[in-house]
Design a protein around this ligand. Sequence first.
Ligand SMILES: Cc1cc2nc3c(=O)[nH]c(=O)nc-3n(C[C@H](O)[C@H](O)[C@H](O)COP(=O)(O)OP(=O)(O)OC[C@H]3O[C@@H](n4cnc5c(N)ncnc54)[C@H](O)[C@@H]3O)c2cc1C
Ligand code: FES
Length: 278
Amino acid sequence: MKLDPKRSSYLPTPATLKRKEKLSEHVSLFVFEPDNGTLLGHKPGQFIMVSVYGVGEAPFSVSSAPVPDSKQFELAIRRTGTVTNAIHELEPGDRIGIRGPYGTFFPVQEFMGKDTLFIAGGLGYIPLRSLLHYQLRHRDEFGRIIVLVGTRNPRERIFTDQIMELGKRPDVEILETVDQPDQCWEGHCGVITTLLPKVDINPENTYVAMVGPPVMYRFVLSGCEDKCIPQDRIYVSLERRMKCGVGKCGHCQINGLNSCIEGPVFRYDRIAPLKEAL
Ligand SMILES: Cc1cc2nc3c(=O)[nH]c(=O)nc-3n(C[C@H](O)[C@H](O)[C@H](O)COP(=O)(O)OP(=O)(O)OC[C@H]3O[C@@H](n4cnc5c(N)ncnc54)[C@H](O)[C@@H]3O)c2cc1C
Ligand code: FES
């Protein structure tokens, strides 16, 4: 299957909603397919710009893994305002415009043969899921897969059935926590950093892929330091307000870096010195 050689950086190309599924009260999964029959051609960690005709445009991470023989791709979107509300109103058969994929990605080649520690806070599971599913599709090429998932409360958990299924696999280690439990929650309670002491990793052989709310990074990065994981083996994805997605408008800058082209995935040692990054 072909990539689209004519896809423009500025002009959205049409894609059709094939399926949608509620993941939590405010988050739903949307499965789209480009109308021209080409592959999206993304890499894990990249985002696309989605436009709802007559409403506006916003960036979203691709949550599915790149699959060479599938034209469909998945977005998981939280309702928060104008564009996201409009996407939630779409029904199968409706069309959107897409630009991209854009931005940097998790360096899967570098992760090969190594263990990966995934650290997903809240909606951070959405972009990490693309990398996780990529590794599961190529399971023999990667070492241990350790996944830490933290959510504010049980109602906001997403991909719960998939995470439960992953928990049954002997080749995936998954630990989940919620900050604020309810009466039904029987799992671990506490912020995501409280899971770190529970995992025994080899810092010489482990890469970290981390995405979560801004408040999470400083604490988790300090936990990684306690585990002696070198900064150049930690990859984080940072979300900033984006307008153009292609390095022209400056809305997404972090100390002069355009996070739409130099990010959203950054190696930690490269952004650690930047004041506005974390
Ligand atoms: C690289 C990247 C990947 C993203 N991936 C996802 C994803 O996979 N799923 C998902 O649900 N969301 C994702 N987002 C966030 C998403 O782009 C915003 O929620 C969206 O732009 C909001 O648009 P809106 O028109 O619905 O909201 P608006 O009407 O523009 O704003 C509504 C509220 O959301 C806040 N807001 C707007 N943009 C952002 C933003 N970028 N970050 C934080 N708050 C914002 C505003 O301050 C306001 O309070 C991503 C953002 C980036 C930069
Ligand atoms: S979003 Fe315009 S420069 Fe990054």
